[in-house]
Design a protein around this ligand. Structure first.
Ligand code: ZN
Length: 193
């Protein structure tokens, strides 16, 4: 029987990155993709950095509180050990992971795993965030989501920090930040709001 090449049963993995500012729906999109995979009876697992303990130690929680169980881990190498037999690996808050994560994702994809990564592409200063540029460069598929600027209603790519604390790794409550467009973000940074 003739089988077209793309219908063969050979497993091929790949890497998807969902990026954007805060309030752009990255985690919701990650959850949506993983739920679809679960419906197809694929083995799924989600990891997040143990630094992210804003809501719950065990569950990944998006801002609208639709939860999906996740595993907090200390370093990206653990993903390789924990993902034996997993078809689809989700990684949330990827910007907080160590520099080995892009290599880990490569290895997973070579194993035949579909890897779905969600993370902030820019920090509160508007600078590329941690390993996200490396992940975006290596990804097979990229989705950039947008929020809406609270000031003017345009498309927002920036996470403006209203809190006076200026530490990139500070994980504040959602109300410490607001989504802003390039113009309103720049005005806020210049004015030192
Ligand atoms: Zn604006």
């Amino acid at each position: 029987m003739f089988i077209e090449p793309h219908w063969t049963t050979e497993r091929r993995g790949w890497v998807e990155v969902i990026c954007g500012s805060m309030f752009s729906g990255k985690t919701e999109e990650l959850i949506r993709r993983l739920k679809r995979a679960k419906i197809a009876h694929l083995q799924t697992e989600i990891y997040k950095p143990s630094i992210d303990t804003r809501y719950d130690e065990r569950d990944i929680v998006s801002h609208d509180s639709r939860t999906i169980p996740s595993i907090p881990i200390d370093n990206s190498q653990q993903i390789l050990l924990l993902s034996q037999g997993v078809d689809v690996v989700g990684i949330d808050e990827a910007q907080f992971f160590d520099p080995e994560l892009p290599n880990v994702c490569d290895q997973l994809a070579l194993r035949g795993v579909r890897v779905i990564i969600a993370g902030l592409d820019m920090d509160f200063k508007g600078k590329p965030f941690g390993i996200m540029p490396a992940l975006l460069a290596k990804a097979d598929y990229i989705t950039k989501l947008h929020a809406i600027c609270v000031r003017c209603g345009h498309i927002a790519n920036f996470s403006f920090r209203k809190s006076p604390r200026k530490d990139q790794f500070f994980l504040g409550e959602a109300d410490s930040y607001e989504p802003r467009c390039r113009k309103c973000f720049n005005e806020g940074m210049t004015a030192g709001e």
